[in-house]
Each structure stands twice: as structure tokens, then as C-alpha cells.
Design a protein around this ligand. Structure first.
Ligand code: GDD
Ligand code: MG
Length: 349
């Protein structure tokens, strides 16, 4: 079975952290999101994965040396001047995917418990050209929304409907199965949106079906979602940390290899410190993710924030909720960042 993962977007809602890494490589409890996805695909019986990327994403993925989990992995590159959207990359990969059997498509910015075999099964039973995993959410306006006819057929698909106009709470979970017939619906070499162009047309032609799923599902697309994703996985998978007489860990907390924490510091709850992070004395960090090699100075407080790779936060600083300090940025001693302040990569403030 083949799967294509769409990971060539620009991750604009997670800037400035996405200025220096693609969304798919953001660490979730200290493991890159794409690694989580590859592991789940391998467990789900997929044998070949196509990564639909842009040039920069491909570069970053190659640098990471992810474990392939026994999968055959190929890259399919968007042209440098034309990002192909969410359907264009599928057409571009037509030759690699082939016409033999239905295949799986995943948005690359998700953590889910969706069973791939169940949705494939559901697709095989019907007359669908596309079968979308549908997940129920409180606010569907941020997503693609499906209106069901009798049974599992989708009669209308609307991408990001204005709030209050959503026809249901069932959203495109960013996991779908397509039959090779789909290639007839996507023009070659141009940007095409699966959600705004292809799905609505399939719905009109009565060839679009849904398969309702439940369980853990989250798109890391915005900073608060990314923090929430780490929190959810920390709660379900983090090991308890050994007690230290020097500092305190309020679980759940995940500490990467080589982390050092000074006396009287309190880490957690809901906090991830990446590999080789150095935390000074009397520091408080909670509800936050600190990427590898970052340094946090003595007497500093970090609450609900994202601290990028090799960033430096000085002594007696305060980083408030929703702040993002990007890779290699430097926040000097005593600086106080109010809520939702972002510091660009390598910037000193
Ligand atoms: N190769 C390539 N080229 N990939 C792309 C491009 C592109 O031009 N544009 C976006 N992608 C990838 C992104 O990297 C991401 O993994 C995926 O396609 C979806 O794009 P997002 O930008 O994250 O879309 P969204 O979150 O606003 O909405 C999508 O996901 C929702 C579920 O999270 C839609 O599919 C919605 O219908 C859906 O509900
Ligand atoms: Mg998304």
C-alpha cells in the first residue's frame, strides 16, 4: 500500500519557527512529527511513502536522518516557482503512485489515532473516488466541513466556511483514500486545491464519501495547537522523571538527552525540554516547549511559550503566554516579553 504525505506548505501560522524548519519536522515530545507519522504508517501496513515537498523541506528532511521504519521513501518535488497546493502534488506524483490500487493521502501536520486500514476498508466497500476521514470538532470553521447525505455520502464539502454557516461539525481530518480515477480530476503542472476544487466537484458527482473517526486528532498548525499537541502526547506517553533533590519536575514533563537544570528550578507541568537544553537556577518553565540546545538563564520565568533551537533567554527575564522566541534568537537579561510577542530567528532583543 502507498501513501503520499503533503508537506510542502509554508507553515505561515507557525512563524517565526517555520522560517527555519518545516512544520513536519517540529518536535512533538522530542520526536519530529514526520517520524511519528512514518511509524504509524509502517504499523498500519503501508510499504511505500511519497513525500510531497518543496526544495527547502526536502533539504531539512534529509538533514534529520529520520528512521525509515522499513518503508520505501520517495520525494516528489513541487516546482520551485509554483507550490502545487494540496491536489497538484498528487497529480505530480501520478507515475510513482501508479494506477493499480487506491492510495492514502495525509496532511503532514497531524497527530492522529485514525486507523488507516478502517478507512481503506470503507473506501473499498463503496463507489467513492475519494473517502475522507471525518472527525467531529466544536469549531469546524477553521477546517474543511462535510455535509452528509443519507449514509456516508458527502453531498457538500466547504473549505473554511464562515463561522455560523457550517453545515455540520464533521471536518476533513486531513486523511483520505483516493482511487486512481482521481488523476482525471486534477490538471497537470498547476496549483490545485483538493479542498476548494476537487472535493466540491466530486461531491456534486456523488463520488465523495466520508468515514467517521474518533479518538485523538490534532493539527499542529497554530502555536496554541502545537503546544496542545505536546500536552496531549505528554499526558499519554511521557515517562515519569526520576526525583531530583536539586530541582522539581511537575509531571507531565519530558526531558531530552543531555538536559541540565539548575538548583531550585521548577519545570512543568506540561513542558518539554529538548536535547541539551540548559536551564539555570531558580527558573520556572511551564506549559512550554523548549527546542534543543536552548539556554535559559537564572531566575527566569517561561509560561506557555515556545523557545526555538539554540535560542538564549538571559537572566531574570520573563517570557509570557503565546510568545515565540525563534531559533538562535537572544533575549537579554531582564527583558520582559508580553503575551504573544514573537522574536525572529537570530534577532537580539
Ligand atoms: N507539496 C505541497 N505543496 N504541500 C502543501 C502545499 C503545497 O503547495 N500547501 C499545503 N501543503 C501541505 C501542508 O504542508 C500541510 O501538511 C497540508 O498540505 C495541509 O495544508 P494546511 O495549510 O495545513 O491546511 P489547513 O490545516 O489550513 O487545512 C487542511 O487541513 C485541515 C485538517 O487539519 C485542509 O485539508 C482542511 O480541509 C482540513 O480540515
Ligand atoms: Mg494544517
Amino acid at each position: 500500500m502507498k501513501a503520499i504525505i503533503l508537506i510542502g506548505g509554508f507553515g505561515t501560522r507557525l512563524r517565526p519557527l517555520t522560517c527555519t524548519r518545516p512544520k513536519a519536522l517540529f518536535p512533538i515530545v522530542n520526536k519530529p512529527l514526520l517520524q511519528w507519522t512514518l511509524e504509524k504508517l509502517a504499523q498500519g501496513g503501508v510499504t511505500e511513502v511519497i513525500l510531497a515537498v518543496n526544495k527547502l523541506t526536502k533539504f531539512h528532511i534529509k538533514q534529520q536522518r529520520l528512521s525509515k521504519c522499513g518503508l520505501k521513501i520517495k520525494f516528489s518535488l513541487d516546482p520551485p516557482k509554483t507550490p502545487l497546493g494540496t491536489a497538484g502534488p498528487i497529480k505530480k506524483a501520478e507515475k510513482i503512485i501508479g494506477h493499480d490500487e487506491p492510495f492514502l493521502v495525509l496532511n503532514g501536520d497531524l497527530i492522529t489515532e485514525i486507523s488507516y486500514s478502517e478507512i481503506l476498508q470503507s473506501h473499498a466497500e463503496g463507489k467513492a473516488v475519494a473517502t475522507i476521514a471525518l472527525h467531529e470538532v466544536e469549531d469546524p470553521s477553521r477546517y474543511g466541513v462535510a455535509e452528509l447525505a443519507d449514509g456516508n455520502r458527502i453531498k457538500r464539502f466547504i473549505e473554511k466556511p464562515p463561522k455560523g454557516t457550517e453545515p455540520s461539525k464533521l471536518i476533513n481530518a486531513g486523511v483520505y483514500v483516493l482511487s486512481p480515477k482521481i488523476f482525471e480530476y486534477i490538471p497537470t503542472d498547476k496549483a490545485v486545491s483538493m479542498e476548494r476544487e476537487v472535493f466540491p466537484r466530486l461531491a456534486e458527482e456523488k463520488k465523495l464519501y466520508g468515514h467517521q473517526v474518533c479518538g485523538l486528532w490534532i493539527d499542529i498548525g497554530k502555536p496554541e495547537d502545537y503546544l496542545q499537541t505536546n500536552k496531549m502526547l505528554l499526558e499519554s506517553c511521557a515517562d515519569k522523571n526520576p526525583k531530583s533533590s536539586k530541582f522539581e519536575c511537575k509531571e507531565p514533563v519530558a526531558l531530552g538527552k543531555g538536559v541540565s537544570i539548575g538548583e531550585k528550578s521548577v519545570i512543568g507541568p506540561c513542558t518539554v525540554l529538548g536535547k541539551n537544553v540548559t536551564v539555570g537556577r531558580n527558573v520556572q518553565i511551564r506549559d512550554s516547549v523548549v527546542f534543543e540546545d536552548a539556554k535559559i538563564g537564572d531566575d527566569t520565568v517561561v509560561v506557555g511559550a515556545l523557545i526555538g533551537e539554540a535560542a538564549y533567554v538571559g537572566k531574570k527575564a520573563r517570557i509570557s503566554e503565546g510568545c515565540i522566541v525563534a531559533d538562535h534568537a537572544k533575549v537579554k537579561d531582564g527583558a520582559k516579553l508580553h503575551e504573544k510577542v514573537s522574536v525572529c530567528p537570530a534577532k537580539e532583543i
